[in-house]
Ligand binder design. Structure first.
Ligand SMILES: *Cc1c(COP(=O)(O)O)cnc(C)c1O
Length: 486
């Protein structure tokens, strides 16, 4: 059955899967949603016998119905192969403490963003062919740290595309920044902004929906698309690993705990649930920027609050874009007016009836101290070392488990390698590490964890800085004009 997509803000703005992937965002600023979330066709017993690529195919073919089997398989084979991941099984489940950790960071840039951004360039170039698009695709990306590098690695030197990444100059880890500013490729641009992720994402979304800008781009032979999780081509590949994880364990029911920022990863878990994975609870873990915890508790989404820089920078976000897709699931045609309130007043409140449809979600947050404790505890008990984002999820999960006594089989999404946040991770285990320099710390982490230093880290140690542009938070469009000679 063919699945159509439409804007969360207007059901009449429809698109095929290819068009939705190519456009990135709907023309009215809404996000593309499938008209219905498809159900899995195969049993979990059948999926359990398949490798990651084939499970991914079984999930994605149900969403991307206008791709032929050959087209989709070619995308999957290009993305999920042993050259791009350092483990045969693409993602690994590790049991430690009271939960399983689903290690999603075995791709080239050692964060879970690789799971979707290694396939997005294939999906995008296939979609462009199918739609007969002639223009060069310009990927505009706002990043809180990890999307940027994963998108750069995915799109570098891909014919017919170029990419501009905006990152918060003072809001990412040293490793994250170094990974981005050393990116090679003729078609890549990396720009720091004097602002935070929300500033970057808001400016980028405004450019996507600026018709005059689109016309000027078109006149020069360009069109915009998005590599952020607002693109359905990023969200759907993420659904696959929740189905995969369930099929490896097959308990009666399962909880997923997801360290959350832009609400993309946990929304993918929700789609997996809608497809038929027997989920008991989806636990949405935030850091001190706990706008989502408050939302699930009170039904009020309010971004009018102080913004904090934490040790889990990829979750330092107050406007979680993908929540719009969940709001659409529970409110339908009211989505546009909620988003208008969010834009104009910075807040909206859902009804009791809508809130009652969110019972599968549990919100929780952890301060940096709780996060550090979670790293130290797990290391002491299990000699297993997790990154700061995953540790936010681990801290939220232990509090949840203590409070509720819920012993349902639980999988924590492990979203980055600890090497990406080496200093914060090692300081959590012993503050004495802080005296050492970055390079020594990589060796220390290697000694403590027994995990080899990933290629992604070796690559940046000696790589020259190739990008040093910084712009004001209202200067993003000017940078785009400069790069593309508008
Ligand atoms: C992006 C990111 C997150 C947040 O994921 P969302 O899909 O934005 O909610 C969490 N942890 C890490 C390491 C990330 O890179």
């Amino acid at each position: 059955m063919a699945i159509k997509y439409h804007s969360t803000r207007n059901p009449k703005l429809t698109a095929t899967a290819s068009e939705a992937i190519l456009n990135g965002i709907a023309p009215d600023g809404g996000l593309y949603v499938p008209e219905q979330i498809p159900k899995l066709k195969l049993t979990f017993e059948a999926l359990a016998k398949m490798d990651y690529a084939h499970v991914a195919y079984e999930v994605m073919k149900l969403f991307f119905t206008d791709f032929t089997e050959d087209e989709l398989m070619a995308c999957i084979k290009g993305a999920y192969n042993p050259e791009k991941f350092d483990t045969e099984d693409i993602t690994t489940l590790v049991q430690a403490g009271d939960a399983y950790f689903l290690e999603l960071f075995h791709g080239r840039t050692i964060a879970f963003k690789d799971m979707a951004l290694s396939i997005l360039p294939y999906l995008m170039t296939t979609a462009a062919k199918k739609c007969g698009a002639k223009e060069e695709i310009v990927i505009l990306t706002a990043t809180s740290g990890d999307t940027g590098k994963a998108a750069l690695a995915g799109f570098a030197d891909v014919p017919g595309t170029s990419i501009v990444v905006f990152y918060p100059k003072h809001g990412v880890s040293r490793v994250q920044e170094k990974q981005m500013v050393t990116q090679r490729g003729k078609n890549v641009n990396v720009i720091g902004i004097e602002g935070n992720f929300d500033d970057a994402q808001t400016a980028v979304k405004a450019m996507f929906t600026d018709e005059k800008l689109a016309e000027r781009m078109k006149a020069k032979g360009y069109r915009f698309s998005s590599a952020n999780s607002i693109n359905i081509g990023r969200l759907v590949p993420q659904v696959a690993y929740y189905v995969y994880a369930y099929s490896r364990l097959m308990p009666k029911e399962i909880n997923f705990v997801v360290p959350t920022g832009n609400f993309g990863n946990i929304l993918a878990a929700y789609y997996a649930y809608e497809m038929g994975v027997p989920v008991h609870k989806l636990i949405c873990a935030s850091n001190r920027n706990k706008v989502l915890t408050d939302f699930f508790e009170t039904g009020v989404y309010d971004r009018n609050r102080e913004f904090y820089l934490t040790s889990s920078p990829s979750m330092d976000i107050l406007i979680s874009s993908n929540l719009e897709r969940l709001i659409y699931e529970i409110s339908g045609d009211k989505t546009a007016s909620f988003m208008k309130d969010l834009k104009e007043k910075g807040r909206y409140e859902i009804s009791h009836e809508m809130k009652s449809k969110l019972n599968i979600f549990v919100g929780g947050y952890a301060e940096d101290e709780d996060m550090e404790q979670a790293i130290a505890d797990l290391y002491k008990k299990e000699e297993y070392i997790i990154d700061t984002h995953t540790a936010v999820a681990a801290a939220v999960y232990s509090a949840y488990r203590k409070e509720t006594g819920d012993e349902t089989c639980t999988v924590i999404a492990s979203t980055a390698s600890p090497y990406k946040f080496t200093r914060a991770v090692l300081n959590s285990i012993d503050p004495a590490f802080d005296k050492k320099d970055d390079f020594e710390l990589f060796d220390e982490l290697n000694k403590l964890s027994g995990v080899p230093i990933p290629q992604a880290i070796k690559d940046i140690i000696s790589a020259p800085v190739l990008h040093d542009t910084v712009c004001a938070k209202d200067g993003l469009e000017k940078e785009v004009e400069r790069i593309y000679n508008l």
